[in-house]
Design a binder for this molecule. Structure first.
Ligand SMILES: O=C(O)CCC(=O)C(=O)O
Length: 237
């Protein structure tokens, strides 16, 4: 929705979990959509993720840097065409660092290595305090009927904050707690260009996407559906 009386404001959804509306301007969003289209092409392109229980994820996915599969990481698409995963571009890793800096502002950057959010946590990783080594990107594509169940991002060794960028259709992003898939949780509307960062005490919080609102993408973006780019630090060798 555009034309609101009051601009949407940065909000701390939970301790260490920050929503920054409109973080990506329209030209940057268009660049990212074009990049996602290139990454989605085979080999090692967009795929349907099969779950160990026999089901499939409705959001389709392509990975950069390291290939995520349920439940681990590999250097090749072990559950797909077997091709080497595409590399993580330096500029995308830098975008992750910038996102963390902007989300937390002058406050302490929670993690890596600290999940307690104490003052000073995360300052050891680089001169400016932002975790430096974003080496994984998961790109999720949601059509009108796709969703993602409540889960934790727990296959990484690092506790560096997770960075999540939204492009295209608006979605309901459900941000929960570290104990259960159920309440208490907060539903946040994520629109094209929005940033979510979750680290510190929220790094291992359950989260998911119960609903996408079809047809809500900005007209100038040229995207039908929703793309999410999730950046993580593996902490793996
Ligand atoms: O699409 C989103 O906003 C969330 C994606 C997500 O939770 C994940 O890739 O683990």
């Amino acid at each position: 929705m555009t034309g609101e009386l009051f601009p949407r404001e940065r909000a701390e959804v939970a301790p260490g979990a920050v929503h920054v509306p409109d973080w990506l301007d329209p030209p940057r969003q268009r660049e990212l959509v074009a990049a996602c289209r290139a990454w989605a092409r085979p080999p090692a392109g967009l795929r349907t993720v099969r779950l160990p229980g026999g089901g499939t994820m409705t959001a389709r996915q392509v990975c950069l840097g390291l290939h995520w599969y349920p439940y681990g990481y590999a250097r090749t698409v072990v559950d797909g065409d077997g091709a080497p995963v595409k590399p993580m571009p330096t500029w995308l890793a830098e975008l992750g660092r910038a996102a963390v800096r902007d989300a937390y502002g002058d406050g302490d950057v929670p993690g890596p290595g600290r999940a307690d959010g104490e003052a000073g946590a995360g300052r050891d990783d680089s001169a400016d305090g932002a975790p430096s080594a974003y080496d994984i990107a998961l790109i999720n594509f949601y059509d009108a009927d796709a969703h993602m169940g409540m889960h934790r991002d727990s296959d990484e060794k690092s506790t560096a904050p997770v960075v999540s960028l939204s492009l295209g259709d608006t979605c309901v992003f459900r941000f929960g707690n570290t104990e259960t898939r159920t309440r208490p949780y907060t539903d946040v509307e994520l629109r094209s260009g929005d940033l979510m960062v979750f680290g510190g005490p929220s790094r291992l919080a359950y989260h998911g996407v119960p609903k996408v609102r079809p047809g809500t993408a900005p007209p100038g973006l040229g995207l039908t559906g929703r793309l999410n780019i999730t950046l993580r630090v593996s902490g793996l060798e």
